[in-house]
Write a protein that binds this ligand. Structure first.
Ligand code: ASP
Length: 613
């Protein structure tokens, strides 16, 4: 037996007992020949004291111990001498007086001190197994386990069945590039790693499973931005004979169970709901952070007949004039104003107009263009007071909303409106449904319409006729040639699609699906997928829909992001055991790596010259 107890289990009541502990040397201190060791295992710390007067030989051996050596200690539990108790440690009343020491393994020179927060992330990733010994990361891994377990337990209690779907699968259009795996048996052919089990879970509904879930690995070959990983984990759910309300209820129950199990928070259900249109109109974002106000206010009525050309022009062109009032932000510095102007320009604005209210005066070059009536109306609509700073957006609806939405978030950050964000109680977590997303979105780069969620998403019943009527010519090809998003009815079609937003972060999304083969074919056609491509890419799905497919729908959650928020971390890398770095590399195993030429020959693959290292 390696041990009788964990390093976090001995208390005053154990004094006098003979015990054996095993673990890592967390800290070793030498106080005039007496060696103090903090012995660590995953549960905590216990102090072991080697006194020469008690056992000279052992004390000598203990002297050779270094940080992170692995040892086994047997001895007697003793009270710490009065005055040396440590109230911050669960085992702080006792210490071990050892009679035996076994050095199980020695540790080399450490890559970085385990008790500091290393700044060099590449170093952390190279020695990830060592990095993971740090209590913060160990805690994150255990939180992740608890969240996954609560998910499984809850969904099981609701009759959901966990079904594994293939990793060697076929390309699915979830909007990213696929990872491909060459086939040796069928040279020249490739599997794709699943971007999500979307089609499989729909096929499981056709199979009569009715309630499916999976904690599923997903793979997307994207250029990595801050919070992305090439492989990540989803809580993936699908059910038959359901309406959006059924999916909402399952989701809310599951999240309530997760938050009870992990941070022990009672979250408020049911969640509020906003349509996509309302969310963007009021917060300038389809994932609004509602923990602070600063809502976007429409000023169209006030400036409809204005002589201020910039505002009037935007309205005459069918656009909007909107503003946010940043309370107490009149002290904005030149640097901050420049930064906010850059943000506005980056998101499509031509510039940024704002008014500071200081010493009872409205300070801005645009104020002179406003009539007294306009000023008065502005003051009351925006509740303008001394110390405020008002930012304007005058543009097309989408641009004005996006720009003000981005400014709103940045200003909240500068003003520190949400504090550290490490929530513990239920009210720290603001959940929200965003519903009625557009079915399609125009891609200026590709010059075509794409599915905003994915091509299996159902139009809302009220908007169904718009899709059925859509013909290729109504996709506005002439407008497309001019490089503009055609103004036509396709963009008005709303989807039966929904996202769950938590504190301004999208944590999940899903939809009710198309279950009728004709409608699915129509959708593919509208997306410009040729009949041949339809057959080769989606033949299996279309055939399945013709064999008695039940109405169905589902949702998927980013497990990594959810765990990240619950753990109060800033990056999903902190809640994954072995993440890739921001260049998609696994520095620990040096992957991706070159392979043996024989392996390539077996696969019938020849590298182009410039790809050889
Ligand atoms: N498969 C979708 C996704 O990964 C989620 C869903 O529609 O259920 O975003």
């Amino acid at each position: 037996m390696y041990r009788t107890n964990s390093c976090n289990s001995l208390r005053k009541s154990d004094i006098g007992r003979q015990v054996t502990l095993a673990g890592w040397v967390n800290v070793t201190r030498d106080h005039g020949g007496v060696t103090f060791i903090d012995l660590r295992d995953r549960e905590g710390l216990t102090q072991v004291v080697f006194r020469p007067e008690e056992n000279a030989e052992l004390a000598k051996e203990a002297h050779s111990l270094r940080y992170e050596d692995v040892i086994q200690v047997s001895g007697r539990v003793a009270a710490r001498p009065p005055g040396t108790e440590n109230p911050n440690l669960a085992t702080g009343d006792i210490e071990i007086i050892p009679s035996e020491l076994h050095i199980l393994n020695r540790a080399d020179v450490l890559p970085f001190p385990i008790d500091a927060e290393p700044q060099n992330e590449d170093l952390r990733m190279t020695y990830r197994y060592f990095d993971l010994r740090r209590p913060r990361l160990a805690h994150n891994l255990r939180m992740r386990h608890r969240i996954a377990k609560a998910t499984r337990d809850y969904l099981d209690s609701q009759g959901f069945v966990e079904v594994e779907t293939p990793i060697l699968s076929k390309s699915t259009p979830e909007g990213a590039r696929d990872f491909l795996v060459p086939s040796r048996i069928a040279p020249g052919r490739f599997y794709a790693l699943p971007q999500a089990p979307q089609q499989y879970k729909q096929l499981l509904m056709v199979a009569g499973v009715e309630k499916y879930f999976q904690i599923a690995k997903c793979f997307r070959d994207e250029d990595l931005r801050a919070d992305r990983q090439p492989e990540f984990t989803q809580i993936d759910i699908e059910a038959s004979f359901v309406t959006p309300d059924d999916i909402f209820a399952i989701t809310e129950g599951m999240l309530a169970a997760i938050f009870k199990a992990a941070p022990n928070a009672d979250i408020k259900t049911p969640f509020d709901r906003l349509t996509y249109r309302e969310a963007v109109t009021r917060y300038g974002s389809d994932k609004p952070d509602r923990r602070f106000e600063m809502e976007l206010v429409d000023l169209g009525e006030i400036f409809r007949d204005s002589s201020f050309k910039v505002f009037r022009g935007a309205l005459d062109a069918g656009g909007v004039v909107k503003a946010i009032n940043a309370k107490g932000f009149a002290g904005i510095t030149i640097g901050q104003a420049d930064e906010l102007t850059e943000i506005a320009k980056l998101h499509g604005a031509k510039g940024l107009a704002f008014i500071k209210i200081e010493n009872g005066e409205w300070k801005s070059p645009i104020v002179k263009f406003f009539s007294d009536a306009e000023k008065k109306a502005l003051q009351s609509t925006l509740n303008i007071e001394e110390g405020d700073c008002v930012f304007f957006g005058a543009d097309k609806w989408a641009i004005a909303c996006e720009v003000l939405g981005r400014l709103r978030l940045r200003i909240a950050e500068i003003q520190n409106l949400v504090g550290s964000g490490k929530g513990q109680s239920g009210s720290d977590w603001d959940f929200l449904w965003v519903t009625d997303f557009p079915l399609f979105e125009w891609s200026p780069e590709e010059n075509k319409w794409n599915a905003m969620h994915h091509p299996f998403t159902r139009p809302k019943a009220e908007d169904m006729a718009l899709l059925v009527d859509a013909t290729p010519s109504s996709r506005g090809l002439e407008a497309a040639e001019r490089g503009e998003a055609p103004r036509l009815r396709l963009s008005d079609i709303r989807a039966e699609a929904y996202d769950v937003v938590l504190n301004g972060v999208e944590i999940g999304g899903g939809s009710i699906r198309i279950h009728e083969p004709e409608l699915q074919a129509k959708m593919f056609e509208t997306l410009g997928i040729s009949p041949e491509a339809r057959e080769s890419q989606f033949g299996h799905l279309l055939r399945a829909l013709r064999l008695g497919a039940p109405p169905h729908g589902g949702i998927a959650f980013g497990l990594d992001r959810l765990v990240m928020l619950i753990c109060g971390e800033q990056s999903i890398r902190e809640v994954m055991a072995f993440p890739k770095n921001n260049r998609s590399m696994d520095l620990m195993t040096s992957s991706p790596a070159e392979v043996d030429p024989k392996q390539l020959r077996d696969l019938g693959i020849k590298l182009a010259k410039d790809q050889k290292l």
